[in-house]
Design a protein around this ligand. Structure first.
Ligand code: CU
Length: 456
């Protein structure tokens, strides 16, 4: 489990604590964040680095470069706008006020009518390069909506990892990052003492943004920190709102996807429901979480039945049990009927990229014996994304668009992987039952049947 309320656990009630212990069997650059409504957009979020083997040498680890679109509205204000029955208000909620690199960028507070605290020209993040040295930067798009193009004036970047997957080193001038995506890059200190350069991240046109350009400064020793750099941006000829071409995302450790034992097609659509709220649907169903009855715990509570739990349709649960097949591989074909890009994230797995592009899928998959693997791929506007994965991680795992407003409005399914194993072998700590009891106390919901069987 990785802490998603309604899927693997009850939410942590106000004033209570919950401790996560996990085996760090993947390594690289990532981030932690709340998965409860839109809390991460309002600040329950941070970088997380897991150190591991290094495939390419470098001299200086500059740590996370945390990139976030930023909103001056408050929690309820944003959420009410997102959930508005007025389509313009709902879409407009996704227009960010600012764009941040490691939490900073200058801003003119008079340009917002928000009454929340605001300090104009609060300053820029500063990075310090050494001439002749290689620097590792860990780019993380932890924003709400904005798909970003990151670059450093005058410096190329060698990509060495995408999400948790080390890749074969390749050189780029611009790094595209959808929400949730990470890239580790090595940058050579080609500047001279006394120089400074702009670092930039630009929100792309598929995402609404009042101030799309985030700036930070790269200094070399002896630079005058009172002067702004005078450097120019690289020409950006990458298509907006798409992943880097697959030819640049070759995993360092090769792995060939086996044919799938199970395949699912999921159609994505957008429209008003009976109350006039604009919701995303996946195969006609808009996800709604039941915080009182998390999927994993309900599956476990039904142990000894050897049957999937009969979840109601709004759980959007796909039971995948390929354990007895020739391969333990599951394939998902996401078909986007709407001209909006979605960075799709799958918890608990690295996905193989089989096909990705605009328009409907023609049924063919990559012939590459080592296709890109990562845990977020961008589903193109009115396009398709076909992925597969080794279903060897028993649990309940969300597969969702990582745009915060789209999650809130239902663009979310979950897989229940290896029901039998969960029911027979998975040990669930008492702390999860305690967390639910605290949540039920807080929420005041009278859950009658579930607590009786919630003894793992
Ligand atoms: Cu989306």
């Amino acid at each position: 489990m990785d802490g998603v309320p309604a899927v693997q656990q009850c939410p942590i009630a106000p004033g209570k604590t919950f401790t996560y212990r996990f085996r760090a069997d993947l390594y690289g650059s990532s981030w932690y964040h709340a998965h409860y409504t839109i809390e991460y957009v309002l600040g329950i979020v941070g970088p997380m680095i897991i150190h591991g083997p290094e495939n390419y040498p470098y001299d200086v680890d500059l740590g996370p470069v945390f990139i976030q679109d930023h909103y001056h509205k408050g929690f309820w204000e944003l959420l009410e706008d997102v959930m508005s029955t007025d389509l313009g208000t709902s879409i407009g909620a996704g227009t960010s006020d600012n764009n941040l690199i490691n939490g900073k960028n200058n801003f003119n507070c008079s340009s917002t009518n928000s009454t929340n605290p605001c300090v104009s020209n609060a300053g820029l993040s500063q990075f310090y390069f050494k001439p002749g040295k290689w620097h590792r930067l860990r780019l993380i798009n932890a924003g709400a909506v904005g798909l970003q193009h990151f670059s450093i004036d005058g410096h190329k970047m060698d990509i060495i990892a995408t999400d948790f997957v080390p890749c074969v080193r390749n050189t780029q001038t611009v790094a595209p990052l959808g929400i949730g995506q990470r890239m580790d890059v090595l940058v050579y200190g080609s500047g001279k003492e006394g120089e400074s350069y702009w670092m930039r991240s630009v929100i792309q046109q598929c995402s609404g943004a009042k101030n799309p350009v985030a700036l930070a400064v790269v200094h070399y020793p002896g630079s005058d920190q009172t002067l702004a750099p005078t450097t120019e941006a690289w020409a950006d000829d990458l298509p907006p709102c798409q992943d880097l071409d697959a030819s640049f995302l070759v995993p360092f450790h090769p792995s060939t996807p086996q044919p799938p034992a199970e395949s699912y097609t999921v159609n994505i659509a957008f429209g008003p429901n009976a109350t006039g709220h604009w919701l995303w649907t996946m195969n006609g169903v808009s996800f709604r979480g039941d915080y009182d009855a998390p999927t994993l715990l309900m599956t476990k509570a039904a142990r000894n039945t050897s049957q999937p739990y009969p979840f109601p349709p709004y759980y959007n649960a796909y039971t995948t049990n390929p354990a007895n097949d020739t391969t333990q591989v599951v394939m998902f074909h996401l078909n986007n009927t709407v001209p909006v890009a979605h960075p799709f994230h799958f918890h608990g797995h690295n996905m193989y990229l089989l096909s990705q592009g605009e328009g409907p899928w023609n049924g063919s998959v990559t012939s590459s014996p080592n296709p890109p693997r990562r845990d977020v791929f961008i589903l193109p506007p009115s396009g398709h994304l076909v992925i597969s994965y080794n279903a060897t991680n028993p649990g309940a795992w969300p597969m969702h668009c990582h745009i915060a407003w789209h999650i809130s409005t239902g663009l979310f399914i979950q897989t229940v992987e290896q029901t039998d194993w969960i029911q027979q072998y998975m040990s669930i700590p008492e702390s999860l039952a305690q967390c639910c009891r605290e949540w039920w106390d807080y929420s005041g919901h009278n859950v009658v049947s579930f607590p009786l069987c919630l003894k793992f």
